[in-house]
Design a binder for this molecule. Structure first.
Ligand SMILES: NC(=O)c1ccc[n+]([C@@H]2O[C@H](COP(=O)([O-])OP(=O)(O)OC[C@H]3O[C@@H](n4cnc5c(N)ncnc54)[C@H](OP(=O)(O)O)[C@@H]3O)[C@@H](O)[C@H]2O)c1
Length: 280
């Protein structure tokens, strides 16, 4: 039977290519996007490229807890199980701005969306014979630090610092979730896709930050097809079916930042996340 694979941020970049590659394997693919036109286009393109007609979409603003809750409710009404949840949607933000839930936008989109959506869909993943959760993090996590006050307050906001923190949060969340899922059949792993030629650094950014991103990616980034490889590997390969709580780069396990192995920090992040974003 085909697997149900849910991918956030499937309307462009790495998420789109991940969805396309998994669609080519014949699975049922559900992408989450925020723009109806763009997400519909993505679905059409995937069907045209792969011939797989089992491609569907959901819409949500993943910076909003209300929208994530509505998304989870809709998914629950349409799917009886999820085999693979790929948390991939993310962004960078030029200035300090609070989400409608009072959270700084980078951490709201890049960490709290992973945290909330996963928790709201966990029982559907448990209904799979061997469910997997894949969290797209980044090598930026090695430079990350967690400042809990910065989740809700402007503490000398700097785009890269906020991004690095959110990606460290992805790895810490993965480690803690793996711990909590011990004894179940679900695995959860995180990954670095590589520096990938997408438009993540062009959206919402100032013209000069956008120009720097375009320059760097033209010079040094890998293609989106190559950038999707580790996500596809973690979502589908038999080689990793029993591996959980690990971090991958180029389809190989890699040590995480020392800070990401701090068990007290993993637990504290989970507790703070629950306080700022109840999962029930
Ligand atoms: N590119 C890299 O070099 C790189 C390196 C390391 C890690 N990553 C990680 O890879 C993941 C994908 O990034 P990418 O480079 O593929 O970026 P991208 O091309 O900008 O794709 C990001 C995806 O997330 C969606 N998204 C962003 N904010 C959203 C929101 N509030 N609600 C719903 N959807 C939202 C975007 O929707 P739209 O299509 O509407 O914009 C898009 O589908 C991110 O987690 C990023 O941190 C990327």
């Amino acid at each position: 039977m085909n697997k149900n694979i849910l991918i956030t941020g499937g309307s462009s970049g790495i998420g789109f290519e991940t969805a396309k590659a998994i669609a080519a394997m014949g699975e049922n693919v559900f992408i989450v996007g925020r723009s109806e036109v763009k997400t519909q286009e993505a679905v059409k393109e995937i069907i045209a490229a792969t011939g797989n007609k089992n491609i569907h979409y959901f819409l949500a603003n993943l910076s909003s807890q209300k929208s994530i809750r509505q998304l989870a409710a809709q998914i629950r009404s349409e799917l009886d199980h999820i085999d693979v949840l790929i948390n991939n949607a993310g962004g960078v933000f030029p200035d300090f701005k609070l989400s409608e839930d009072g959270l700084e936008m980078t951490i709201a989109t890049n960490h709290f969306a992973y945290f909330l959506l996963t928790n709201l869909l966990l029982d559907l993943v448990k209904k799979s014979e061997a469910g997997r959760i894949v969290n797209v993090a980044s090598g930026s996590h090695y430079r990350g630090k967690i400042d809990f006050d910065s989740f809700t307050q402007n503490k000398s906001f700097f785009t890269l610092t906020a991004y690095e923190q959110s990606k460290l949060a992805n790895v810490l969340f993965t480690q803690e979730l793996a711990e909590r899922l011990k004894g179940t059949t679900i695995t959860v792993n995180s990954l670095h896709p590589g520096m990938v030629k997408t438009h993540i650094g062009n959206k919402d950014m100032s013209w000069y930050a956008s120009a720097i991103w375009t320059f760097i990616t033209n010079l040094a980034a890998i293609s989106v097809e190559a950038g999707a490889k580790t996500s596809v590997y973690l979502a589908t390969s038999d080689e990793v079916k029993n591996i959980s709580g690990k971090y991958f780069d180029k389809c190989k396990q890699k040590e995480v930042a020392k800070l990401a192995t701090d068990k007290a920090l993993q637990k504290r992040l989970w507790e703070v996340s629950e306080q700022l974003c109840p999962t029930v």
